[in-house]
Design a protein around this ligand. Structure first.
Ligand code: F6R
Length: 243
């Protein structure tokens, strides 16, 4: 594991963007595994800036996102497809037909998951998988449970996850109860994993994931077994580790 402790969210975002940019520069047809949420948003903003300045070209790259809420269309403002359009895809030259996100509108979970697994295997190896971490240790929407799920599956979101994500939804609007998520096996097959963490609310999960026992009760703990893991975490997210 390569661990960078940085000052704050801004520094985490710049470093993460530099790593993603290097990936695309060195291998223009990279498959990028992308996450949504507050954590990677700053890194995407930085990539957009560098793209506009002419430093980056995404025309040969592909992307595959970790997860999507079940029941939301790609046009819904809180869907992860919409998040990706607004924060990244609308501003760079990645071919839309090579950006993949589970189909939240597919009512049949079996089909939604099979279809997404088909897409993942067709793409081949994910070169760089970007991950945020939930305060409960989830990665993607692989919530704490009894076992590690290998492939794309439909999950019941933990109450704590729905509460944490309620900040993105309009007042009174329900956070969906289920989501489709890439499995732990898919994440572990990535050539390189970049785990990002910012803020004190992630400190306990980060410590347990990197230095606690490997257990499906803390899904991110499986990353201890990844041969090419890079962690970029800000000071607040590292308080438990320093102590
Ligand atoms: C999002 C995802 C989640 C988030 C995690 C942290 O695609 O897979 O695992 O990375 O819930 O969310 P934020 O970054 O909003 O704190």
């Amino acid at each position: 594991m390569v661990f960078y402790q940085v000052k704050d969210y801004e520094e985490m975002s710049r470093k993460a963007a530099a790593l993603i940019a290097a990936q695309v520069v060195m291998k223009p047809d990279s498959v990028l595994g992308l996450a949504t949420g507050g954590t990677p948003q700053g890194a995407y903003g930085q990539l957009v800036k560098w793209y506009r300045q002419g430093h980056l070209d995404f025309s040969q790259a592909s992307s595959v996102n970790l997860d999507e809420y079940r029941g939301l269309s790609g046009e819904h403002p809180q869907s992860y497809r919409h998040f990706m359009e607004v924060h990244l895809f609308d501003h760079i030259n990645m071919d839309r037909s090579r950006t993949f996100i589970p189909d939240g509108q597919e009512p049949d979970p079996g089909k939604a998951c099979r279809d997404y697994d088909g897409i993942i295997s067709k793409l081949g190896e994910i070169d760089l998988q970007i991950l945020g971490i939930g305060a409960n240790g989830h990665i993607g929407f692989n919530e704490p449970g009894e076992r590690f799920e290998g492939k794309t599956h439909c999950v019941e979101l933990a109450e704590s996850t729905r509460k944490a994500n309620a900040r993105f939804f309009e007042d009174g609007e329900e956070v969906p109860k289920q989501a489709y998520t890439m499995g732990i096996g898919d994440i572990m097959k990535a050539g390189r994993v970049l785990l990002l963490a910012s803020g004190a609310e992630k400190a306990e999960a980060l410590k347990m994931s990197l230095y606690g026992p490997v257990t499906p009760g803390v899904p991110a703990s499986i990353l201890q077994f990844h041969p090419n893991l890079t962690v970029i975490a800000d000071r607040e997210a590292c308080v438990e580790i320093r102590e």
